[in-house]
Design a protein around this ligand. Structure first.
Ligand code: DQA
Length: 137
């Protein structure tokens, strides 16, 4: 059985309540239940933190063991060289994910500090972006 870890960054704990016109009305817990049903051959772990260092610690903790990481780094996507380095430090392939199409939004969301370290990027398909990333891995 393949092991994939989903890591969500800051403010994604508020999914379903946060800017629903951008991020939708579903909680991530709800989405996770559906993902596990849709991908029965994959053991899906989940971690969320609002703190950059915690996200780095989690990448270190699982990145030598799992078959892949699906990472929505939230706003740290656009700023964090430390996350870029953490992704490069582990052998597990990382897929960068965004719920919204960041390229249709404010210009400060157009740059990603982590894309170059990731295996690929999926954005703009709502919560379905996570399933597409798991399928890609
Ligand atoms: C996001 C896009 C980011 O720009 C934003 O800061 C988020 C969520 C997305 O999933 O669309 O927190 O990563």
């Amino acid at each position: 059985m393949k092991r994939i870890e989903i890591i969500n960054g800051p403010n994604l704990n508020l999914l379903g309540r946060r800017e629903p016109e951008v991020y939708g009305h579903r909680s991530f817990e709800d989405c996770l239940t559906e993902l596990r049903r849709q991908c029965p051959g994959v053991e899906i772990g989940y971690y969320q933190s609002n703190h950059e260092g915690d996200l780095i610690d989690r990448i270190h903790a699982v990145g030598f063991d799992v078959d892949g990481i699906v990472l929505n780094a939230g706003a740290y996507t656009h700023t964090s060289i430390a996350l870029h380095d953490a992704i490069k430090a582990v052998p597990a392939p990382v897929v960068e994910v965004h719920i919204s199409n960041v390229h249709q939004r404010e210009e400060f969301r157009h740059h990603s500090a982590i894309s170059a370290a990731c295996r690929g990027v999926i954005c703009g398909f709502g919560l379905d972006s996570y399933r597409l990333a798991i399928e890609a891995l």
